[in-house]
Ligand binder design. Structure first.
Ligand SMILES: O=C[C@H](O)[C@H](O)[C@H](O)COP(=O)(O)O
Length: 236
C-alpha cells in the first residue's frame, strides 16, 4: 500500500509541473514514481528540463527521455520535487535515507519552490524516529564523530551513531563522502541542532531540511492531503 501511496503523491506533484519549467528532480523510491510520471508527460510533449539530485536519478530520468541539465548551466530552478524520510507539520524534513542529501539540499535551495511527496507513514509530530543522516568528510572521521557527539549533547540529545555501511565498507555518497546515521529519537529543536551540526568542519551537510519545502502531497487511506508551509514556518 505504501508504494501505491508514494505513486499517488508523485502523480499529484506532476500536475504542478508547467511547460518550460526548470525542475529539480529528487531521489528515492517516491521520487522514482515522480520521474516515471514526468517521463510519461514528456513523451506526450511536455517541454521541461531537469537537474537530477543523484546519479541514480540521472540514469532513470535519461531512460525516461527527460532532458537534463546542470546547476552550472541553470543555477536557478523553478520547482524541486523530492521525497522525504520524515516530515513534521511545519514541513521541516529529515532526508538522506538514500544518501543523496547533499545534492538534494543544493538543488532544493536553488529552486523557487520545493514540493515534498510522501506516503502518510512519513508524517510525524516530532522528527527523529528516523535516524538523522549526517554527511561527513572521510578525512578526520574520528574527530568529526567526537564533535558530532558533543553537538548532540549540547542539544540535550543522545543516541547511537552508526557509520553507514560499516567501517570496513562504508557507504560512499555521490560526492565521495561518508554518512553517519544518528538515532536520536526526538529532535524537539531541529533549527538549533542544524546550526550546531553545520558549524562542525568535517560535517559536509546534514539531513535536516528547514525552510526549504513549500508544500507536501501526503498520500494515505484518505487520499492525497496537501500540507502547506505557513509564512512563519518559512522564516524559521
Ligand atoms: O537520500 C535520499 C532521499 O533523501 C530520499 O528522498 C528519502 O530517503 C526518501 O526516500 P523514499 O522515497 O525512498 O522513502
Amino acid at each position: 500500500m505504501s508504494d501505491e501511496w508514494k505513486r499517488l503523491a508523485a502523480e499529484r506533484a506532476v500536475e504542478d509541473v508547467m511547460p518550460g519549467m526548470k525542475l529539480g528532480i529528487g531521489t528515492g523510491s517516491t521520487a522514482e514514481h515522480f520521474v516515471k510520471a514526468l517521463g510519461a508527460r514528456v513523451r506526450d510533449g511536455l517541454d521541461v528540463i531537469g537537474v537530477p539530485t543523484s546519479e541514480r536519478t540521472r540514469e532513470l530520468a535519461l531512460s525516461e527521455g527527460i532532458q537534463l541539465t546542470t546547476l552550472e548551466a541553470e543555477p536557478q530552478l523553478d520547482l524541486t520535487v523530492d521525497g522525504a524520510d520524515e516530515l513534521d507539520p511545519s514541513l521541516v524534513l529529515i532526508k538522506g535515507g538514500g544518501g543523496a542529501l547533499l545534492r538534494e539540499k543544493i538543488v532544493a535551495a536553488a529552486s523557487k519552490r520545493m514540493i515534498v511527496i510522501a506516503d502518510a507513514s512519513k508524517v510525524v509530530d516530532v522528527l527523529g524516529a528516523f535516524a538523522l543522516p549526517i554527511e561527513v568528510m572521510p578525512f578526520g572521521l574520528a574527530a568529526t564523530w567526537n564533535a558530532i557527539e558533543a553537538a548532540l549533547a549540547e542539544n540535550g540529545l543522545s543516541g547511537d551513531l552508526v557509520l553507514r555501511g560499516g567501517k570496513d565498507h562504508p557507504f560512499v555518497t555521490d560526492g565521495g563522502h561518508y554518512i553517519i546515521d544518528a538515532a536520536l529519537g526526538r529532535i524537539e529543536h531541529p533549527a538549533c541542532l542544524a546550526e550546531d551540526l553545520a558549524a562542525i568542519p568535517g560535517v559536509v551537510e546534514h539531513g535536516l531540511f528547514i525552510g526549504l519545502a513549500d508544500k507536501a502531497y501526503v498520500a494515505g487511506a484518505d487520499g492525497v492531503l496537501v500540507v502547506e508551509a505557513t509564512a512563519q514556518d518559512a522564516e524559521n
